[in-house]
Design a protein around this ligand. Structure first.
Ligand code: IPM
Ligand code: MG
Length: 354
Protein backbone atom coordinates (compact mmCIF):
# COMPACT_ATOMS: atom_id res chain seq x y z
CA UNK A 1 0.00 0.00 0.00
CA UNK A 2 2.15 2.82 -1.35
CA UNK A 3 0.69 6.21 -0.52
CA UNK A 4 2.00 9.54 -1.80
CA UNK A 5 1.34 12.25 0.77
CA UNK A 6 1.03 15.77 -0.69
CA UNK A 7 0.15 18.23 2.08
CA UNK A 8 0.13 21.35 -0.14
CA UNK A 9 -0.48 24.80 1.32
CA UNK A 10 -2.30 26.65 4.08
CA UNK A 11 -4.01 24.27 6.49
CA UNK A 12 -2.90 21.35 4.27
CA UNK A 13 0.07 20.44 6.44
CA UNK A 14 -1.97 20.41 9.67
CA UNK A 15 -4.91 18.36 8.41
CA UNK A 16 -2.71 15.88 6.55
CA UNK A 17 -0.59 15.42 9.68
CA UNK A 18 -3.66 14.14 11.54
CA UNK A 19 -4.66 11.87 8.65
CA UNK A 20 -1.14 10.42 8.63
CA UNK A 21 -1.49 9.65 12.32
CA UNK A 22 -4.51 7.54 11.37
CA UNK A 23 -2.36 5.75 8.78
CA UNK A 24 0.27 5.18 11.48
CA UNK A 25 -2.29 3.42 13.70
CA UNK A 26 -3.32 1.15 10.81
CA UNK A 27 0.31 0.41 10.04
CA UNK A 28 0.97 -0.54 13.66
CA UNK A 29 -1.99 -2.89 13.37
CA UNK A 30 -0.22 -4.66 10.52
CA UNK A 31 -1.26 -3.01 7.25
CA UNK A 32 1.69 -2.77 4.82
CA UNK A 33 1.49 1.00 4.46
CA UNK A 34 4.41 2.96 3.00
CA UNK A 35 4.29 6.72 2.60
CA UNK A 36 6.36 9.25 0.66
CA UNK A 37 5.80 12.98 1.11
CA UNK A 38 6.23 15.63 -1.60
CA UNK A 39 5.31 19.28 -2.21
CA UNK A 40 2.48 20.44 -4.48
CA UNK A 41 0.77 23.77 -5.21
CA UNK A 42 2.43 26.83 -3.72
CA UNK A 43 4.75 24.55 -1.76
CA UNK A 44 5.79 22.96 -5.06
CA UNK A 45 6.45 26.38 -6.52
CA UNK A 46 8.54 27.34 -3.49
CA UNK A 47 10.52 24.09 -3.55
CA UNK A 48 11.01 23.59 -7.29
CA UNK A 49 9.56 26.56 -9.16
CA UNK A 50 6.44 24.66 -10.33
CA UNK A 51 3.09 23.81 -8.69
CA UNK A 52 3.49 20.20 -9.82
CA UNK A 53 7.22 19.42 -9.65
CA UNK A 54 8.40 16.47 -11.76
CA UNK A 55 9.64 14.69 -8.64
CA UNK A 56 6.20 15.03 -7.03
CA UNK A 57 4.43 13.67 -10.11
CA UNK A 58 6.87 10.77 -10.17
CA UNK A 59 6.12 9.90 -6.54
CA UNK A 60 2.39 10.15 -7.22
CA UNK A 61 2.69 7.99 -10.35
CA UNK A 62 4.53 5.21 -8.56
CA UNK A 63 2.13 5.19 -5.60
CA UNK A 64 -1.13 3.21 -5.40
CA UNK A 65 -2.96 6.18 -3.95
CA UNK A 66 -2.38 9.86 -3.26
CA UNK A 67 -3.45 11.75 -0.14
CA UNK A 68 -3.68 15.47 -0.76
CA UNK A 69 -4.29 18.37 1.64
CA UNK A 70 -5.16 21.58 -0.16
CA UNK A 71 -3.42 24.14 -2.33
CA UNK A 72 -3.38 27.90 -2.74
CA UNK A 73 -2.66 31.06 -0.82
CA UNK A 74 -2.53 34.83 -1.24
CA UNK A 75 1.24 34.67 -1.67
CA UNK A 76 0.74 32.96 -5.03
CA UNK A 77 -2.22 34.98 -6.33
CA UNK A 78 -0.13 37.20 -8.57
CA UNK A 79 1.76 34.38 -10.32
CA UNK A 80 0.94 33.78 -14.01
CA UNK A 81 -1.76 31.13 -14.41
CA UNK A 82 0.50 28.19 -15.41
CA UNK A 83 2.40 28.61 -12.13
CA UNK A 84 -0.55 29.08 -9.81
CA UNK A 85 -1.16 26.44 -7.13
CA UNK A 86 -4.47 25.31 -8.72
CA UNK A 87 -2.47 24.11 -11.72
CA UNK A 88 -0.84 21.57 -9.41
CA UNK A 89 -4.22 19.95 -8.74
CA UNK A 90 -5.51 20.23 -12.29
CA UNK A 91 -2.18 18.92 -13.57
CA UNK A 92 -2.10 15.84 -11.36
CA UNK A 93 -5.73 15.00 -12.16
CA UNK A 94 -4.98 15.14 -15.88
CA UNK A 95 -1.57 13.43 -15.70
CA UNK A 96 -2.97 10.49 -13.73
CA UNK A 97 -6.26 10.38 -15.73
CA UNK A 98 -8.32 10.74 -12.57
CA UNK A 99 -11.58 11.27 -14.43
CA UNK A 100 -14.09 10.18 -11.80
CA UNK A 101 -14.54 12.45 -8.83
CA UNK A 102 -16.73 11.05 -6.05
CA UNK A 103 -18.03 13.64 -3.62
CA UNK A 104 -20.38 12.25 -1.01
CA UNK A 105 -22.51 14.62 1.03
CA UNK A 106 -23.52 12.87 4.20
CA UNK A 107 -25.07 14.53 7.19
CA UNK A 108 -23.99 13.11 10.52
CA UNK A 109 -27.05 13.33 12.80
CA UNK A 110 -24.96 15.05 15.48
CA UNK A 111 -24.27 17.92 13.07
CA UNK A 112 -27.83 18.58 11.88
CA UNK A 113 -27.77 21.92 13.68
CA UNK A 114 -24.67 23.05 11.75
CA UNK A 115 -26.40 22.82 8.38
CA UNK A 116 -27.62 26.09 6.94
CA UNK A 117 -30.93 24.34 6.17
CA UNK A 118 -33.61 23.33 8.66
CA UNK A 119 -32.84 20.01 10.37
CA UNK A 120 -36.08 18.47 9.01
CA UNK A 121 -34.97 19.23 5.44
CA UNK A 122 -31.49 17.70 5.78
CA UNK A 123 -31.99 14.94 8.36
CA UNK A 124 -30.77 11.68 6.84
CA UNK A 125 -29.11 13.39 3.89
CA UNK A 126 -26.89 10.95 2.01
CA UNK A 127 -26.11 11.76 -1.59
CA UNK A 128 -23.20 11.17 -3.89
CA UNK A 129 -22.06 13.58 -6.56
CA UNK A 130 -20.04 12.01 -9.37
CA UNK A 131 -18.21 14.77 -11.17
CA UNK A 132 -16.27 14.27 -14.40
CA UNK A 133 -12.82 15.66 -13.67
CA UNK A 134 -10.53 15.70 -16.70
CA UNK A 135 -12.63 17.25 -19.45
CA UNK A 136 -15.18 19.99 -20.09
CA UNK A 137 -14.45 23.71 -20.06
CA UNK A 138 -11.59 23.07 -17.63
CA UNK A 139 -9.44 21.51 -20.33
CA UNK A 140 -11.19 22.19 -23.66
CA UNK A 141 -9.18 23.84 -26.43
CA UNK A 142 -9.01 26.46 -27.82
CA UNK A 143 -8.97 28.84 -24.93
CA UNK A 144 -7.26 32.09 -24.25
CA UNK A 145 -7.34 35.80 -24.86
CA UNK A 146 -7.65 37.68 -28.10
CA UNK A 147 -8.60 41.07 -29.45
CA UNK A 148 -11.86 41.23 -31.37
CA UNK A 149 -12.61 43.19 -34.55
CA UNK A 150 -13.63 46.20 -32.49
CA UNK A 151 -10.23 46.18 -30.77
CA UNK A 152 -11.65 44.97 -27.48
CA UNK A 153 -10.07 42.27 -25.31
CA UNK A 154 -11.95 38.94 -25.19
CA UNK A 155 -11.46 35.86 -23.05
CA UNK A 156 -12.76 32.50 -24.28
CA UNK A 157 -12.93 28.86 -23.18
CA UNK A 158 -14.28 25.75 -24.85
CA UNK A 159 -16.83 23.41 -23.31
CA UNK A 160 -16.19 20.03 -24.86
CA UNK A 161 -17.03 16.39 -24.19
CA UNK A 162 -16.46 13.38 -26.39
CA UNK A 163 -18.85 10.45 -26.41
CA UNK A 164 -16.30 8.16 -24.74
CA UNK A 165 -15.62 10.66 -21.96
CA UNK A 166 -19.35 10.90 -21.26
CA UNK A 167 -19.79 7.16 -21.39
CA UNK A 168 -17.04 6.34 -18.91
CA UNK A 169 -18.23 8.82 -16.28
CA UNK A 170 -21.87 7.83 -16.77
CA UNK A 171 -20.85 4.20 -16.21
CA UNK A 172 -19.37 5.20 -12.85
CA UNK A 173 -22.66 6.94 -12.09
CA UNK A 174 -24.77 3.90 -12.97
CA UNK A 175 -22.46 1.49 -11.10
CA UNK A 176 -22.43 3.71 -8.03
CA UNK A 177 -26.22 4.05 -8.06
CA UNK A 178 -26.50 0.28 -8.36
CA UNK A 179 -24.59 -0.11 -5.08
CA UNK A 180 -26.67 2.55 -3.33
CA UNK A 181 -30.32 3.59 -3.75
CA UNK A 182 -30.50 2.74 -7.51
CA UNK A 183 -31.46 6.27 -8.53
CA UNK A 184 -29.27 8.30 -10.87
CA UNK A 185 -29.83 11.94 -11.78
CA UNK A 186 -27.82 13.18 -14.74
CA UNK A 187 -27.35 16.94 -14.58
CA UNK A 188 -26.79 19.01 -17.73
CA UNK A 189 -27.89 22.14 -19.57
CA UNK A 190 -29.36 20.42 -22.61
CA UNK A 191 -31.86 23.22 -23.17
CA UNK A 192 -28.97 25.48 -24.20
CA UNK A 193 -25.65 23.71 -24.75
CA UNK A 194 -24.65 21.33 -27.56
CA UNK A 195 -22.22 19.62 -25.20
CA UNK A 196 -25.14 18.83 -22.93
CA UNK A 197 -27.37 17.58 -25.75
CA UNK A 198 -24.73 14.98 -26.57
CA UNK A 199 -24.28 14.26 -22.85
CA UNK A 200 -27.99 13.54 -22.47
CA UNK A 201 -28.13 11.35 -25.58
CA UNK A 202 -25.19 9.23 -24.46
CA UNK A 203 -26.40 8.82 -20.87
CA UNK A 204 -29.94 7.98 -22.04
CA UNK A 205 -28.68 5.34 -24.44
CA UNK A 206 -26.84 3.61 -21.58
CA UNK A 207 -29.92 3.29 -19.40
CA UNK A 208 -30.94 0.05 -21.16
CA UNK A 209 -27.80 -1.62 -19.77
CA UNK A 210 -28.83 -0.70 -16.22
CA UNK A 211 -32.52 -1.64 -16.00
CA UNK A 212 -32.24 -1.78 -12.20
CA UNK A 213 -31.27 1.92 -11.98
CA UNK A 214 -33.91 4.66 -12.34
CA UNK A 215 -32.36 7.36 -14.51
CA UNK A 216 -33.65 10.92 -14.60
CA UNK A 217 -32.30 14.12 -16.16
CA UNK A 218 -32.24 17.57 -14.64
CA UNK A 219 -31.04 20.96 -15.83
CA UNK A 220 -28.23 22.32 -13.72
CA UNK A 221 -30.06 25.46 -12.62
CA UNK A 222 -32.97 23.37 -11.42
CA UNK A 223 -30.56 20.97 -9.69
CA UNK A 224 -28.99 23.88 -7.81
CA UNK A 225 -32.45 24.87 -6.64
CA UNK A 226 -33.61 21.33 -5.80
CA UNK A 227 -30.47 20.75 -3.71
CA UNK A 228 -31.60 23.38 -1.23
CA UNK A 229 -35.34 22.75 -1.63
CA UNK A 230 -35.35 19.02 -1.07
CA UNK A 231 -31.87 17.47 -1.13
CA UNK A 232 -33.08 14.05 -0.03
CA UNK A 233 -34.73 13.47 -3.42
CA UNK A 234 -31.21 12.68 -4.73
CA UNK A 235 -29.29 9.45 -4.47
CA UNK A 236 -26.50 9.72 -7.06
CA UNK A 237 -25.90 12.74 -9.28
CA UNK A 238 -23.63 12.45 -12.32
CA UNK A 239 -22.49 15.59 -14.08
CA UNK A 240 -19.69 17.35 -15.94
CA UNK A 241 -16.66 19.08 -14.53
CA UNK A 242 -17.85 22.67 -14.13
CA UNK A 243 -21.41 21.85 -13.02
CA UNK A 244 -20.00 19.33 -10.54
CA UNK A 245 -17.54 21.86 -9.17
CA UNK A 246 -20.36 24.24 -8.34
CA UNK A 247 -22.98 21.73 -7.16
CA UNK A 248 -20.55 19.91 -4.87
CA UNK A 249 -19.67 23.10 -3.00
CA UNK A 250 -23.37 23.76 -2.60
CA UNK A 251 -24.03 20.21 -1.38
CA UNK A 252 -21.20 20.44 1.14
CA UNK A 253 -23.01 23.13 3.07
CA UNK A 254 -26.07 20.91 3.43
CA UNK A 255 -23.87 18.56 5.41
CA UNK A 256 -23.08 21.17 8.01
CA UNK A 257 -19.56 22.14 7.15
CA UNK A 258 -17.29 21.98 4.17
CA UNK A 259 -14.76 20.74 6.74
CA UNK A 260 -16.51 17.36 6.88
CA UNK A 261 -16.52 16.21 3.28
CA UNK A 262 -13.95 13.88 1.71
CA UNK A 263 -13.52 13.09 -1.96
CA UNK A 264 -11.99 10.50 -4.23
CA UNK A 265 -10.70 11.05 -7.75
CA UNK A 266 -10.26 7.75 -9.53
CA UNK A 267 -8.74 6.49 -12.75
CA UNK A 268 -10.09 3.54 -14.73
CA UNK A 269 -8.18 1.04 -12.59
CA UNK A 270 -9.12 2.34 -9.14
CA UNK A 271 -5.95 4.27 -8.45
CA UNK A 272 -7.04 7.39 -6.68
CA UNK A 273 -6.28 10.76 -5.28
CA UNK A 274 -8.04 11.49 -2.01
CA UNK A 275 -8.57 14.97 -0.67
CA UNK A 276 -10.97 17.00 1.42
CA UNK A 277 -13.23 19.08 -0.80
CA UNK A 278 -12.40 22.28 1.07
CA UNK A 279 -9.53 24.61 0.23
CA UNK A 280 -6.35 25.70 1.96
CA UNK A 281 -8.04 28.31 4.21
CA UNK A 282 -4.99 30.59 4.48
CA UNK A 283 -6.84 32.77 7.02
CA UNK A 284 -6.69 30.05 9.67
CA UNK A 285 -3.52 28.24 8.57
CA UNK A 286 -0.97 27.32 11.22
CA UNK A 287 -3.29 28.13 14.12
CA UNK A 288 -4.54 24.66 15.05
CA UNK A 289 -8.09 25.67 14.05
CA UNK A 290 -8.80 23.55 10.98
CA UNK A 291 -11.08 20.52 11.01
CA UNK A 292 -9.05 17.44 9.97
CA UNK A 293 -12.10 15.17 9.63
CA UNK A 294 -12.62 15.64 5.87
CA UNK A 295 -9.01 14.54 5.34
CA UNK A 296 -9.34 11.61 7.73
CA UNK A 297 -12.56 10.58 5.97
CA UNK A 298 -10.65 10.83 2.67
CA UNK A 299 -8.32 8.14 4.05
CA UNK A 300 -11.42 6.02 4.69
CA UNK A 301 -12.44 6.46 1.05
CA UNK A 302 -8.92 5.44 0.01
CA UNK A 303 -9.32 2.10 1.75
CA UNK A 304 -12.79 1.62 0.32
CA UNK A 305 -11.98 2.42 -3.32
CA UNK A 306 -8.27 1.88 -4.00
CA UNK A 307 -7.40 -0.83 -1.50
CA UNK A 308 -10.81 -2.56 -1.54
CA UNK A 309 -10.72 -2.74 2.24
CA UNK A 310 -14.25 -1.71 3.19
CA UNK A 311 -13.56 -3.09 6.68
CA UNK A 312 -10.79 -0.54 7.26
CA UNK A 313 -12.91 2.26 5.77
CA UNK A 314 -15.77 1.30 8.09
CA UNK A 315 -13.42 1.32 11.05
CA UNK A 316 -12.21 4.88 10.31
CA UNK A 317 -15.73 6.15 9.66
CA UNK A 318 -16.96 4.51 12.85
CA UNK A 319 -14.19 6.22 14.82
CA UNK A 320 -15.20 9.60 13.36
CA UNK A 321 -18.85 8.95 14.26
CA UNK A 322 -17.86 7.99 17.80
CA UNK A 323 -15.84 11.19 18.17
CA UNK A 324 -18.77 13.30 16.96
CA UNK A 325 -21.16 11.43 19.23
CA UNK A 326 -18.88 12.14 22.20
CA UNK A 327 -19.27 15.87 21.50
CA UNK A 328 -15.74 16.71 20.31
CA UNK A 329 -16.02 19.67 17.92
CA UNK A 330 -13.73 21.91 15.92
CA UNK A 331 -14.96 25.49 15.53
CA UNK A 332 -16.64 24.96 12.14
CA UNK A 333 -19.00 22.27 13.47
CA UNK A 334 -19.60 23.54 17.00
CA UNK A 335 -23.03 24.75 18.02
CA UNK A 336 -23.10 27.92 20.11
CA UNK A 337 -21.87 27.14 23.63
CA UNK A 338 -20.19 23.85 22.68
CA UNK A 339 -16.58 23.35 23.69
CA UNK A 340 -14.22 23.71 20.76
CA UNK A 341 -10.98 21.77 20.26
CA UNK A 342 -8.13 22.31 17.81
CA UNK A 343 -6.89 20.31 14.84
CA UNK A 344 -4.45 18.29 16.91
CA UNK A 345 -6.93 17.42 19.65
CA UNK A 346 -9.48 16.32 17.05
CA UNK A 347 -6.79 14.04 15.60
CA UNK A 348 -6.06 12.74 19.12
CA UNK A 349 -9.75 11.92 19.58
CA UNK A 350 -9.96 9.99 16.32
CA UNK A 351 -6.75 8.08 17.05
CA UNK A 352 -8.11 7.18 20.51
CA UNK A 353 -11.44 6.04 19.03
CA UNK A 354 -9.63 3.90 16.46
C1 IPM B 1 -12.24 21.67 -6.50
C2 IPM B 1 -11.54 23.01 -6.61
C3 IPM B 1 -10.65 23.00 -7.84
C4 IPM B 1 -11.55 22.84 -9.04
C5 IPM B 1 -9.72 24.21 -7.98
C6 IPM B 1 -8.84 24.37 -6.78
C7 IPM B 1 -8.90 24.15 -9.24
O1 IPM B 1 -12.46 24.04 -6.61
O2 IPM B 1 -11.55 20.65 -6.38
O3 IPM B 1 -13.46 21.65 -6.53
O4 IPM B 1 -12.09 23.83 -9.57
O5 IPM B 1 -11.74 21.70 -9.48
MG1 MG C 1 -14.45 23.44 -6.29
Amino acid sequence: MKIAVLPGDGIGAEIVREAVRVLDVLKKDGLPIETATAPIGGAGYDAAGHPLPDATLEIARSADAVLLGAVGGPKYDTLPRPLRPEQGILGIRKALSLFANLRPALLYPELAASSSLKPEVVAGLDLMIIRELTGDIYFGQPRGRRTNAAGEAEGFDTMLYSESEIRRIAAVGFETARKRGRRLTSVDKANVLDTSILWREVVSAMAADYPDVALSHMYVDNAAMQLVRNPRQFDVIVTGNIFGDILSDEASMLAGSIGMLPSASLDAKGKGLYEPIHGSAPDIAGQDLANPLATILSVAMMFRYTFARADVADRIEKAVRAVLASGVRTGDIAAPGERVVGTRAMGDAVVAAL
